[in-house]
Design a protein around this ligand. Structure first.
Ligand code: AMP
Length: 111
């Protein structure tokens, strides 16, 4: 099922896009939890991490290299990459995304 992120991919609703290529795009989170909070999403509709298939392995690896590139572009050396899988883990948009969080010290464990 399509989500608001599919509408961002389609250009139907605005987003502050900081990176895009043929496989993914990255845009600033509308409700930032850190000075830098960016979401990296595949163009392919994958609802959640648990739905990643063997055929998606290269794509998922690409999301990480894109995230690292975005973090570098944002001047981050230390940052956290987060994937929430399922509502009970805090997932609210069911289109796979990596959160990039940085620009402040981050505590562990997360809540
Ligand atoms: P999650 O809770 O892991 O599913 O993360 C979804 C994230 O998407 C949240 O941090 C929201 O603030 C963010 N979000 C929802 N709608 C938008 C939007 N239209 N543009 C940017 N970020 C959004």
């Amino acid at each position: 099922m399509s989500t608001i992120f599919s509408q961002i991919i389609a250009g139907e609703i605005p987003a502050d896009i900081v990176y895009e290529d043929e496989q993914c795009l990255a845009f600033r989170d509308v409700n930032p939890q850190a000075p830098v909070h960016i979401l990296v999403i595949p163009r392919k509709e994958i609802a959640m991490a648990a739905d990643i298939q063997a055929e998606d392995e290269a794509l998922v690896g690409h999301l990480f290299t894109a995230a690292n590139q975005v973090a570098k572009q944002e001047g981050l050396s230390d940052y956290r990459l987060v994937v929430n899988n399922g509502a009970g883990a805090g997932q609210s948009v069911f289109h796979l995304h990596l959160h990039i969080l940085g620009g402040r010290s981050l505590q562990w464990p997360p809540g």
